[in-house]
Design a protein around this ligand. Structure first.
Ligand code: GH3
Ligand code: MG
Ligand code: MG
Ligand code: MG
Length: 324
């Protein structure tokens, strides 16, 4: 699933990528107010990286927030200013939070250097800074930063993958099942409304039979998009099964839910769904069953069951309608 997640992102396996990363080509911010030291370090680093030098902490902060730096090397005693303070500022800002921080200090200031490690400084270097050590430690931080960035993306992608229906991009049934319990509990405790709609495309089997399964898939996708367009951000929209979509509306009354169902029913009927890159369009209607939470319900599945019963009646009554 690691590989699957990274494939979804189009980034490749993060572990393989990390192993191949040479740790070069990074953007380095060097905050150093001793010109000769700054010069020496910049010369060494600019073989493999792009280096920007700042000598004033206030300017350094501004430059850093402009973004795009992988690593900041910061002198701990900048002309009377505490370099640690600059580090903690960089840690707290969204734009600079992910930047690796390396402090530069003296052996006798070791206590402060190690204190920096406690609040998120990644590493430190002791003066006089050794050229090879400088290059190696920066490279390590560049690789670590890139790896954690890639890993975070892969983790995010796998979380999304686990709760998303692949064909339609809607939430999947697992996600719905997981959200329903807590939503039901909250609605019960706070005496809020909670409504549930089940949408089922009418005579979908005949679309498959007439135009083929692939065309059916395209219709499903377009149908899901249209449903999504006509729901609120707080509603949960999930693919429940084949051509069935469930919408859970927190805070909604029966009238709210019926209105939402009717709006969607009309929007589906109003325009056929283009397939095969617009070469053809298929007219579709949808039936909707609506229910709300009742005082006597023991779980969300009681409500879900009622919306399913309502859907059954919508089909029996002739389809293309909303029944509560
Ligand atoms: P009704 O109006 O009673 O809902 O008729 P229907 O044909 O839509 O109902 P039925 O449940 O009998 O058929 C649903 C069809 O949906 C059957 C199945 O082949 C098709 N289906 C389910 N999932 C998919 C899918 O992912 N892609 C495609 N193309 N078809 C699917
Ligand atoms: Mg059916
Ligand atoms: Mg159907
Ligand atoms: Mg069905």
């Amino acid at each position: 699933s690691r590989a699957m997640a990274s494939c979804a992102l189009g980034i490749g396996d993060p572990f393989t990528l990390a192993a191949a990363d040479t740790g070069q080509g990074a953007r380095i911010l060097l905050v150093e107010d001793r010109p000769s030291a700054a010069d020496r370090m910049a010369t060494a680093l600019s073989q493999h990286h792009t280096v920007t030098i700042e000598s004033d902490p206030q300017r350094a902060l501004m430059t850093a927030t402009e973004g795009g730096f992988d690593v900041a090397l910061i002198s701990i005693d900048l002309d009377g200013v505490d370099g640690l303070r600059l580090c903690s500022q960089l840690r707290s800002l969204d734009r600079t939070r992910d930047m690796a921080l390396i402090m530069i200090g003296e052996t006798h200031g070791m206590a402060r250097l190690t204190r920096g490690l406690d609040f998120g400084v990644h590493d430190y270097l002791l003066r006089p800074v050794d050229r090879n050590e400088l290059i190696a430690r920066v490279r390590t931080q560049v690789r670590r930063g890139r790896f954690s960035h890639t890993l975070r993306g892969a983790v995010q992608a796998s979380i999304e993958l686990a709760v998303t229906d692949e064909l339609t991009g809607l939430h999947n049934r697992r996600y719905l099942d997981r959200q329903l319990g807590p939503l039901f509990g909250a609605a019960t405790d706070e005496e809020h409304g909670l409504a549930c709609l089940i949408l089922d495309i009418d005579r979908f089997k005949s679309i498959n039979d007439t135009y083929g399964h692939e065309a059916g898939d395209e219709v499903l996708k377009a149908f899901a998009d249209r449903v999504r367009q006509h729901t609120r951000g707080i509603d949960i929209v999930a693919r429940f099964g084949g051509e069935e979509v469930v919408i859970v509306m927190p805070g909604a009354t029966l009238a709210d839910a019926q209105a939402a169902g009717e709006r969607i029913r009309q929007r589906v009927e109003a325009a056929p769904f283009p397939i095969q890159r617009g070469a053809r369009a298929i007219a579709v209607t949808v039936s909707v069953g609506v229910a709300i939470r009742h005082a006597g319900d023991t779980s969300a599945s009681d409500m879900l069951k009622r919306s399913d019963d309502a859907l059954y009646r919508a089909k029996a009554d002739g389809r293309n309608r909303v029944v509560a």
